[in-house]
Write a protein that binds this ligand. Sequence first.
Ligand SMILES: NC(=O)c1ccc[n+]([C@@H]2O[C@H](COP(=O)([O-])OP(=O)(O)OC[C@H]3O[C@@H](n4cnc5c(N)ncnc54)[C@H](OP(=O)(O)O)[C@@H]3O)[C@@H](O)[C@H]2O)c1
Length: 288
Amino acid sequence: MKLLLTGASGFVGRNVARALVAAGHSLKPAMRGNGVDFRHLLTPADWLPHLAGVDAVINCVGIIGESAGQKFWTLHAHAPSALFRACALAGVRRVVQISALGADETAFSAYHRSKRAADDCLRRLDVDWFVLRPSLIYGRGGGSAELLLRLAKWPLLPVLDDGRQILQPVHISDVVAAVMRCLTAPTARQTLDIVGPERIAFADWLQRTRQAQGLPPARLLPVPYRAALALAWLGRACSPLLRTETVRMLQTGYHADVEPLTRFLGRAPQSAAPQLFFSDTLTTRNPT
Ligand SMILES: NC(=O)c1ccc[n+]([C@@H]2O[C@H](COP(=O)([O-])OP(=O)(O)OC[C@H]3O[C@@H](n4cnc5c(N)ncnc54)[C@H](OP(=O)(O)O)[C@@H]3O)[C@@H](O)[C@H]2O)c1
């Protein structure tokens, strides 16, 4: 297959690219580095030249926080919707969209609502579509995964309130396996939550991340929700991650039924063994 892969320089994109090449596909990586900037590709006509001869498209572009010029609605909704409509016009048969767990009818953040807008656009089109909604992805080289690895080394672990917000982290190799399965699955038009086998509280995940680095359990530093909101607001100029919406999303916690993914892959996703925190598709079993 000839594939257009957007976000090919990112954590998910790099790992998907490696699996696609290993499986013998012909890859057209689309990145800002080679002139594919979502901020300037906002109509189907902008995308059509990129789709000549392409059989399938995988969209791995996303941001976790906004910054100057990098806006949720442009990157998550308008540009991908234009890409998906171009796919329908160009006769691209299969489209895989990497969305996020929580981009559903409960979504309240601009992050999730903008993703859901593109997901909805794709679901309305006459193409073989897959919307994959991963939870927190861990593994070597992931932005949020590396951040948590650093945070978990602190002598006191900052958590929101009692740190009991539920997560369901999934390893990068299982995300890649799901993407690869989308290329061959006989039944398309599916929305799948991409979650790991275990629901775990945020505080316990931090301790697990610590343990994976050979460190003993650490005491928690509970940060009350209202104080966290205030700190995020005060620190908003320091990092795109410091936003009140990010705090609200963390407080909400996200989890889902793992059974549909297990059926889709033909096996259960992997449990979080310590070595997986430092591995990706290069070092784990063949994700296809
Ligand atoms: N990682 C997670 O835990 C997680 C969980 C749930 C959902 N997701 C979703 O999975 C997708 C991939 O996430 P990731 O972890 O791989 O993120 P990442 O490592 O930050 O990669 C993001 C990708 O988006 C690209 N990008 C950003 N702005 C762009 C623009 N203006 N034009 C074109 N490309 C642009 C980046 O390219 P540059 O190299 O040029 O910046 C990069 O290739 C995202 O949609 C994310 O929301 C991730």
